[in-house]
Design a protein around this ligand. Structure first.
Ligand code: GLA
Length: 386
């Protein structure tokens, strides 16, 4: 935290008015369901993005990160799709979205420091948006951190910033996780109506660890693959005569698939989304019953569905998942958008070193970049730190 205040002082020549933080996330299950009005089950991570900020009187936005790249400067009224460029568009986009929604937001200087690994599929962009949103809400007296309801509004604005200004057609899971999670819990988010239930997620009492394996394989959401998956889902819903794939109950999946037999792409995407939404329900039930072995099986089933039906995995993710399971994990899956990024594995504590060793040596054997590991614990959402 002092890194971000020091950076603010060094770049902008005075102290910030405060510091705000917002976390990265790991999604336990419910992948590529958010933009289908489905269910997701993410936790917030202890890894966070910090924003030190101070208001300005002249309508300018100045942004600087401890990661380098100098100062990005843009006038509030110039913020538009693709403007400014680089990471600054996620931050400036939030101010744009707040203003679009009628909030009185003025100029601001912001320094950023982050412990969320970038490009690892752990929502570094949502963490950045959440930190800037939290700072703007407090500094301009908007009160949007007050309760879960106002945080839901703020999360929706952060998603709009990402969709419109950063140009990434993502759903709303990451921003909701960053702003609405509480320590010790996963959130069961119903993306149809924004409703959140806090689901206790305490692995320690079961002698388990949620191990994150950052594959270091490249991951980029603003490329075309994510958008292609999203539009295939929309086409499938249209063919089935429903508003979204959420409207296909699991009990009607066979029927729906029968109607999509002529189009293998739509068939597979629908198979994934409808079964994945059911797996979220089953996971919540298994967690509530303390059936952690069942949770592991659901993780692995989710991965196979993402690999074979949604086709968003990659060799590095598959190797991490297969190796972790062979080395004793109860289950494992890719998490986040896919095409690289991170995998998660549910591992008995005493087997963690063995799983890490096995994954390291499998990666070396395949000539893949060395992966990174950490143990994920469910932390709280965005807040003022200082
Ligand atoms: C990315 C997006 C989310 C979600 C996931 C896949 O993380 O930002 O909205 O769609 O991919 O579940």
């Amino acid at each position: 935290m002092s890194a971000v205040t020091d950076h603010f002082l060094a770049v902008f020549g005075e102290d910030p008015e405060g510091v705000w933080e917002s976390p990265g996330r790991v999604n336990l299950i419910g992948e590529h369901t958010d933009y289908n009005d489905g269910l997701v089950l993410p936790i917030a991570l202890p890894q966070r993005t910090y924003a030190a900020a101070r208001r300005r009187a002249d309508g300018l936005v100045r942004l600087s990160s401890t990661a380098g790249g100098g100062v990005t400067e843009v006038a509030l009224h110039d913020i538009a799709p693709g403007v400014p460029d680089g990471w600054g568009r996620y931050a400036a986009g939030v101010l744009w979205a707040l203003r679009e929604a009628g909030h009185l937001v003025g100029g601001i200087d912001v320094a950023i420091d982050s412990t969320v690994p970038i490009g690892a599929g752990l929502s570094s962009s949502a963490a950045l948006e959440g930190a800037v949103a939290a700072a703007a809400s407090d500094l301009f007296g908007l009160g949007l951190l007050a309760d879960d309801g106002t945080r839901a509004t703020l999360a929706a604005l952060c998603q709009k910033a990402e969709n419109v200004i950063a140009g990434a057609p993502t759903g709303g899971m990451d921003q909701a996780a960053s702003l609405r999670c509480t320590a010790g819990h996963a959130i069961l988010l119903d993306c149809r109506n924004g409703h959140v239930s806090q689901i206790p997620f305490e692995l320690e009492q079961h002698g388990l660890v949620l191990l994150v394996i950052d594959t270091r394989a490249e991951h980029e959401l603003s490329d075309g693959q994510y958008g292609k998956r999203r539009s295939a889902c929309e086409r499938a819903a249209k063919e089935l005569g429903v508003a979204s794939l959420r409207d296909v109950p699991y009990s009607h999946l066979a029927d729906a698939l029968h109607r999509l037999e002529h189009d293998p792409e739509l068939f597979k995407r629908t198979q994934h989304v409808v079964s994945e939404i059911q797996r979220v329900r089953d996971t919540v039930e298994a967690l509530e019953d303390g059936e952690l072995a069942e949770v592991g099986l659901l993780f692995t089933a989710s991965h196979l569905s993402l690999r074979d039906d949604f086709e968003v995995s990659c060799d590095e993710l598959d190797l991490a998942v297969d190796t972790a399971i062979e080395a004793g994990a109860l289950g494992a899956r890719m998490t986040g958008g896919g095409f690289g990024g991170s995998a998660i594995a549910l591992v008995p504590s005493r087997l963690v070193p063995g799983v890490e060793m096995a994954v390291l040596s499998a990666y070396e054997h395949h000539g893949f970049t060395k992966p990174a590991f950490f143990r994920a614990t469910p932390a709280g959402g965005a807040r003022r730190t200082q």
